[in-house]
Write a protein that binds this ligand. Structure first.
Ligand code: GDP
Length: 222
């Protein structure tokens, strides 16, 4: 009986947070700048939440779905061109920032592009004091790949808390989704910096978007 009350309370709390996040993300969100180097970033005066993932994982689509703005993040830009941290500000006055990190894992990228990427990303992950959490995006059809493990390893090394977010969940059978979430959770448990939760999302169908918004708001402001 007591457990039930607790569950109901937890549900009510989550629903409240989801509604709060919906309102917050329906308010002003502005693109601030693209930073090719850390010194171009704004002063670290509000919390930041960063989005990371392989090229084509659906990162731009997810950012657009979360913010409810179709043109906010540019989808599928030429790989290798996006060696920048794109900064978006939520709220006026700004309460937190969303950082769109350059996609990784592009097969034919020249070595110096990859080096430049590692430099920028590692410096950012290690040195940005206001960075609260990184969302590591994984394509539901492909699961965690070696290159994803590499970035998770980087996050472990930087002691930077991250959470795995499955994208394009509409592309796999609903019956396979629970198993994929469980397997992904188990895999992420091998990483000390991983937050013990996995989100399944579809930017196309809106699946999991309200819950992810709530998690972002909680990580940024609570
Ligand atoms: P990015 O390179 O990580 O920014 O990926 P994009 O957001 O540009 O998406 C890459 C491709 O995946 C595009 O063709 C999108 O239309 C598609 N895509 C992204 N999100 C979803 C989704 O939730 N469901 C489906 N079915 N396709 C998606």
């Amino acid at each position: 009986m007591n457990d039930k009350v607790t569950d109901a309370e937890a549900d009510a709390e989550l629903n409240e947070l989801i509604e709060l996040a919906r309102k917050r993300f329906a308010g002003p969100i502005n693109f601030l700048l693209s930073a090719p180097k850390l010194e171009f970033l704004p002063s670290p005066d509000v919390p930041e939440i960063a989005f990371a993932g392989r090229s084509n994982v659906g990162k731009s689509s997810l950012l657009n779905a979360i913010t409810g703005r179709h043109g906010l993040a540019r989808t599928s830009v030429t790989p290798g061109r996006t060696q920048e941290l794109n900064v978006f500000e939520v709220g006026e006055p700004v309460s937190f920032r969303l950082i769109d990190m350059p996609g990784y894992g592009f097969a034919e990228a020249p070595k110096d592009v990859v080096r430049q990427w590692k430099h920028l990303v590692f410096d950012y992950l290690r040195g940005r004091v206001v960075l609260r959490r990184v969302l590591v995006l994984i394509d539901s059809r492909h699961g965690i790949k070696p290159v994803d493990r590499e970035i998770m390893g980087l996050l472990d090394k930087a002691a930077m808390s991250f959470v795995v977010v499955l994208t394009k969940a509409d592309k796999i059978k609903p019956s396979a989704l629970a198993g994929l979430m469980e397997a992904t959770l188990i895999a992420s448990r091998a990483h000390p910096a991983a937050y013990p939760q996995v989100f399944a999302t579809s930017s196309e169908k809106g699946l999991g978007i309200p819950e992810l918004r709530a998690a972002i708001l909680a990580a940024a402001t609570l």
